[in-house]
Design a protein around this ligand. Sequence first.
Ligand SMILES: NC(=O)C1=CN([C@@H]2O[C@H](COP(=O)(O)OP(=O)(O)OC[C@H]3O[C@@H](n4cnc5c(N)ncnc54)[C@H](OP(=O)(O)O)[C@@H]3O)[C@@H](O)[C@H]2O)[C@@H](O)CC1
Ligand SMILES: [K+]
Length: 513
Amino acid sequence: MRYAHTVEQVRAAEGALLARLPEGALMQRAAAGLAATCAGLLAESHGRVYGSRVVLLVGSGDNGGDALFAGARLAARGARVCAVLLAPEQAHRAGLAALRQAGGVLTEDQRDGCAEIARADLVLDGIVGIGGRGGLRPGALPYVRAAAEADAAVVAVDLPSGVDADTGEVSGEAVRAAVTVTFGTHKPGLLVDPGAEHAGVVRLVPIGIGVPPPAAEALQHADVAALLPRPTGESDKYRRGVVGVAAGSARYPGAAVLAVSAALHGGAGAVRYVGAAAAAVVAAHPETLVSEGSAQGLKQAGRVQAWVVGPGLADGEDAVRTLDQALDAALDPDVPLLLDADALRLLARRGPAPRPGLLLTPHAGEAVALLAGAGVEATREQVEAARLRYARQLAELYGCTVLLKGSTTVVAGPDPAGPVRVNPTGTPWLGTAGSGDVLSGLAGSLLAAGLAPLDAGSVAAYLHGLAGRTASLGGAAAGAGGVPAGVGGEGPISASEVAAALPAAWRSVTDRA
Ligand SMILES: NC(=O)C1=CN([C@@H]2O[C@H](COP(=O)(O)OP(=O)(O)OC[C@H]3O[C@@H](n4cnc5c(N)ncnc54)[C@H](OP(=O)(O)O)[C@@H]3O)[C@@H](O)[C@H]2O)[C@@H](O)CC1
Ligand SMILES: [K+]
């Protein structure tokens, strides 16, 4: 698991350690790790550290101090290091002295600074770290833009300047890094878009701080493998879990086919289907149980260990009746219930209806409707820009687990003190019609197999992201979690291909565990 902590948590942990250590010791640990990463990158790009050109963007706090001490270490190995001081009067004194002593040079002239950046092999962003408030200030913009245009690899110190450490929000422009070297623990803003996209590959340098329970966490392969259900010799279909899918309509039969397809690949023992697209579902997946009397509703469908309600239901009378049955105690309240797509828009009209085992899986547009249903106004853009905040708020308002789909999918449980799960897998190619139906079928299957809503949602998002990458790479096995999406070799995919790639994604996780 990757754990992330808020600035407040990091400050508290740092304070306890600082009292016990000699002055500057933590910064030296941070700078040593930072310099080692930079040296590795220079060796890859330039062949060696000696003679390479390094520019340090140095702000007014300790983030700039880290950059200066790391720069001094690189200068001592023969790199030509130039520090660009954004706030010369406040720049870290000891760091400046160390850099000068190692042969580095300083400038505060904007034109010189930009010219140095244009010919650099590496740029270190030490403008601002966890002490940053608001977006980048105007004085930093010319340098940040020059770095974006240069060939140099940009390494962010602790986090890319301009990204909010706690939320990943970016107001205005922010540094775009190839690599972020972060200290002590991950920050939530490094795991969730838009911050994650600015951070590039994130490397953690342990500096010995002890941290409390995390504010956010991201599953890795081993965590997912441990959570995935495994049938035993004793398992029959009921022990493995039967998932009920109430989805599709005469207008949208495909949503039902996709949700059932993913549910069949999600580890449950069987899938029961209820709805108006039975013929299409059975034609595509003859193993689906379409029970007699299904037209009368969910209760008559037979024994089910979790329900998925919503994809392609449309908003007619049937859809309203189906949601009413799902929520109004027609179902055993102990049976987990996943609501997606049309069911979410209908739920938004009713407002919060807390129920045990409830998992909502909105995208940003559906989240806006749900927020409005609980009396909170927000735009789609606001939700996209502050995913952690809105996922938490929805979970609290609706008293349930909320999986907010999007560029970074996040899953928040109803306990505001619990960590939010942030999904590290995926590809922008997953933003395709029907992709959400696959995710909800898969998550429903995992609920039926006995996973708690937070686990079912986050494991489903993880596998769905891996399957999306596998499909977009043309079937080649996708990399491990944490690899940034959108790298070369990927191409367009359909939701059917994502569903078909789920078994390969599953195996890639369990094979490596
Ligand atoms: N935690 C740890 O254990 C360790 C932490 N370490 C390092 O320390 C870093 C935190 O250092 P920090 O506290 O000095 O804050 P930092 O991020 O440098 O910025 C604060 C300064 O910036 C200014 N400023 C504010 N907003 C701004 C903006 N938008 N744009 C521009 N400037 C802005 C603000 O001044 P202001 O102008 O507002 O008066 C203030 O002076 C941390 O990220 C890590 O790198 C490691 O060395 C070792 C272990
Ligand atoms: K930074």
